[in-house]
Design a protein around this ligand. Sequence first.
Ligand code: CMC
Length: 429
Amino acid sequence: MTKKTATLNLHGKDYDLPVLEPTIGPEVIDIRKLYGEADVFTFDPGFTSTAACESTITYIDGDKGELLYRGYPIEQLADKSSYLETCYLLLYGDLPTGNQLKDFVQRVTMHTMVHEQMHYLYRGFRRDAHPMATLVGVVGAMSAFYHDSLDINDPWQREVAAIRLIAKLPTLAAMAYKYSIGQPFVYPRNDLTYAANFLHMCFSVPAEPYKVDPVLSKAMDLIFLLHADHEQNASTSTVRLAGSSGANPFACIAAGIACLWGPAHGGANQAALEMLRQIGTVDRIPEFVARAKDKNDPFRLMGFGHRVYKNFDPRAKVMKETADNVLGLLGIENNETLRVAKELERIALEDPYFVEKKLYPNVDFYSGIILEAIGFPTSMFTPIFALSRTVGWISQWKEMIGEKNQKIGRPRQLYVGPQKRDYIDLRHR
Ligand code: CMC
C-alpha cells in the first residue's frame, strides 16, 4: 500500500509531507522534517490544529460529544466503574482483573500518608492562602521528600512516583483545606475507600465522630472519575512539556497544577459557581446573558464553551444527572443556585449567540453545585479537579517518558520584533 502524503507547494517547489493515520479521528500531517527541508515553520498559537504527541490514552470527538478513556466511553465508566479502577485503566491501558484491582487499590492505599515533615511546610503558608497556591507549593516540594522516586530513567521509580502522586494528592489537598480553616490536619484512614477517605480528611474533626455519607462518597468518586483525563489540554500539555526536559515527576505535576488553576481551565469550576451566586435569582439571567454577548464586556458565562466540544460535553451530562440525584437525596432540590443554573442553561442553549458559536455547558458548570452540596467552599473546587486529574497527568507523563527517541519540547516562533540593531550608550539615549 502506498503511503499517503500531502503536498506543500512553496516558492514553486513541492514538498511531500507524510499523512499519519490515527486509530480514530482526523488524519495528521507530519511536518517534522519541514524546517530541515523547506526552511519554514508552521504557525499555530493555541495549538488549534497541531498534534504535539502520539497518545493511546484518551480520545475526544468534539463534534459528537464523545470521550473515551482507553477506548471506553465515559458514560459507561461513570455508570459501572470506580475512580481507582479508572486510574488503573488510564495508567496501564486495560481494565484490571479482580486480583489486579485489589493489588492496585492496596498499593495506592498504602501510600496515603505524607512525610510528617510536610506538616511543618504547610505552616509556612498564610492561613488565607488559596488552597491551589498551597497545593502548587507542596506538590512541587514532594521532590524534596521522596528522593527514591526521582530517577525518571528507572521504570520502577516512575511507577512508585505515579502511585505516590495518586495516593497522596487527596491527603495534600485535604491538608490545604484544613490549614485554610484553622483546623488540625486529619490523617488518612486506610479502611475507607479513596473518595470516602478524602471526605473524612476534609470534614472530620478530632472532637467528634464523623461518618461518611455513602451518597456523598459515591458522588465524590464520580466527580474524580469524570475529571481523570482529557487528552492534551493545557495542564496536561504543560506536564508533558515540563517532563520533556527530564524534570522529576513531582515538579511536572506541580507545573500542571499551576496551569490548571487559570479560570479558562480548571479554575472555571470555582468561577462558575461564583457566577451563579452573583446572578442570584432567575430574573437576573437576561442581564448576564446580555453581558456575555457584549463584545466590549470581558464577562463570559463561566462553565460554557470548550475548545474541543462543539456539540456537548459528555461529562456535563453525567454531572447534571448527578447534581439532580445528590441534591434530591440530600433533600435540597429547591436550591436557588441549581434553579439559576438550569434556567441559564435553557436560555443560553436557545440564544442564537450561543447556538451559533456552539457554546454548551462544560464539566465545570454542574460540578460546583455538587461540590457545594457536599460541603466544600468554592476555593476547594479547583484543588479537587487537580487531585482527580493527577492520574491523567501522570499517565501521560509516563507514556511520554517511555517513548523511544523522546525529545525535549521546543516550539518555534514567528519573530515580529526589531531587526538587529546596535547598542546605544546610556548618555546618547
Ligand atoms: N461566554 C461568552 N462567549 C464565549 C464563551 C463564554 N463562556 N466562550 C467562548 N465565547 C465566545 C468568544 O467570545 C469567541 O467569540 P468571537 O468568535 O466572536 O470572538 C468565541 O466564543 C470563541 O471563543 P474562544 O475563546 O476563541 O474559544 P476557545 O476555544 O479559545 O476557548 C474556552 C474555550 C473554554 C477557554 C472558552 O469557551 C471560555 O473561556 N469558557 C469559559 C471558561 C470555562 O468554562 N472554562 C472551562 C473549560 S472545560 C474544563 C477545563 O478545560 O478545565
